[in-house]
Design a protein around this ligand. Structure first.
Ligand SMILES: Cc1cc2nc3c(=O)[nH]c(=O)nc-3n(C[C@H](O)[C@H](O)[C@H](O)COP(=O)(O)OP(=O)(O)OC[C@H]3O[C@@H](n4cnc5c(N)ncnc54)[C@H](O)[C@@H]3O)c2cc1C
Length: 387
């Protein structure tokens, strides 16, 4: 057993841990990034070719955070000499008089995000092969696009190593001993650190258990569905078909979203924003397909250019908080342990900013954004979930 000492250890090499490790190394912290699986892997939440990047949110603080995150993605692209995203725009659809669509529209307008409102009579001219539901409004967040997720993860891990950071993969953390100098144990080593960051995605609670903490998180398996274009190329990124989010669809309570065909030629990705509860170590036991039936009904009605039977179904995990806002905070009893968790199916686009914030927290700096919405204390209190 070896015992080595670091300024910081980050547990979990998904997008959030990898970005955090990068900012630590960039700021001269001797940093170790530990990952349970051999990299790259597809068992957590950060794998797959694509994610949506957007400013369209219904809360002002996410828009402000995305203002900075876009800049950080651009810096990473420049440093690595790699293009990590393509701008396609994001089509937002939903009932004009509903709960969600007016909130997104108002937030975008209030924050002066470049947005185009589409009138019903001009909709099909701008967005072919899509049926706008009666009563729905439509707008395009023109800042939005597709992030190349796998490529981004690889790039950030490479930049971390180039800045002197160390990655040890295939090393599952099996114990944490908190203290002013914490000890982190894996099957092959014990590592000591002044500061610890836990970004373990769906497994975060099993690690927090070593520190006496539990968060009210739900792990859901998302069926990632790809649908065949009847006419190849009709929903393609190369024709600048946008990403989309349909809020309050007729078919279901929760959002449906899609990304233009890209990674698998001729196949468009369309998914349901909620999945069934799953154990991250036994995800393939979860075989519920009721979300796919919802998607089939939606696609038959709104996207007539797609075959309404999924051609490919992959899987990915969401780790969701009760209010769907992230956890970005210090541990309530061990201030040198920092937690990034509960990204609730919308955290990838924030990766570089989350990394910067967790680096700031772990080095004792005042974080560059107000973290009130992301505090662990919001789960405490008589009517809230127990910690
Ligand atoms: C289908 C799907 C679609 C999505 N779409 C979008 C989108 O369009 N836009 C967007 O912004 N976001 C999106 N997201 C969300 C985004 O991908 C996640 O929020 C983000 O990837 C979470 O990253 P993470 O680093 O927290 O978790 P993970 O990627 O799961 O990383 C955690 C890591 O910790 C490791 N680990 C856990 N336990 C241990 C241990 N004991 N020892 C060592 N290592 C450990 C795991 O193996 C894993 O590699 C989507 C997610 C999914 C599943």
């Amino acid at each position: 057993m070896s015992s080595q000492e670091y300024d910081c250890i980050v547990i979990g090499a998904g997008i959030q841990g990898s970005c955090t490790a990068y900012y630590l190394a960039k700021n001269n912290q001797k940093t170790l990034l530990l990952e349970q699986f051999v990299l790259p892997h597809a068992r957590g939440s950060s794998h797959g070719q694509t994610r949506i990047i957007r400013k369209a949110y219904d809360e002002d603080y996410y828009v402000r955070m995305m203002d900075e995150s876009y800049g950080l993605w651009a810096e990473l692209e420049k440093e690595a000499g790699v293009k990590l995203h393509s701008r396609t725009g994001l089509l937002m659809l939903g009932p004009e008089n509903g709960r969600d669509y007016p909130r997104y529209k108002q937030t975008l307008q209030r924050s002066r995000v470049p947005t185009v409102l589409l009138r019903r009579e001009e909709f099909s001219q701008h967005i072919p092969n899509f049926n706008l539901t009666d009563g729905d409004g439509a707008l395009v967040d023109t800042t939005a696009g597709v992030l190349y997720a796998d490529k981004a993860l690889r790039t950030i891990q490479r930049l971390f190593q180039l800045r002197g950071g160390e990655i040890k993969d295939g090393q599952k953390v099996s114990d944490i001993s908190p203290g002013p100098v914490a000890t982190v144990t894996t099957a092959t080593g014990a590592y000591r650190t002044k500061s610890l960051v836990i970004t373990a995605g769906p497994w975060v609670n099993s690690l927090l258990a070593y520190t006496g903490l539990g968060l009210p998180l739900k792990v859901e398996k998302i069926n990632v569905c790809y649908w065949r274009e009847k006419v190849p190329g009709s929903y393609s990124i190369h024709k600048r078909f946008p990403c989309f989010i349909q809020v309050e669809p007729l078919e279901s309570k929760h959002h449906i979203y899609g990304l233009p065909s890209n990674e698998y030629p001729g196949l468009m990705k369309v998914c349901y924003h909620v999945g069934k509860d799953a154990d991250p170590d036994e995800r393939d036991r979860q075989t519920d397909r009721s979300d796919i039936e919802i998607l089939q009904r939606y696609i038959s009605r709104c996207m007539p250019g797609l075959v309404p039977v999924p051609a490919v179904v992959e899987s990915c995990l969401y780790t969701t908080t009760p209010d769907t806002h992230f956890v970005l905070d210090r541990h309530p009893t061990h201030s040198n342990i920092v937690i990034g968790a509960g990204f609730s199916g919308h955290g990838f686009k924030f990766g570089p900013l989350v990394g910067k914030i967790l680096y700031e927290l772990s080095t004792g700096q005042v974080p560059s954004h107000d973290l009130t919405p992301f505090k662990i204390s919001r789960f405490q209190g008589p009517s809230k979930s127990a910690l």
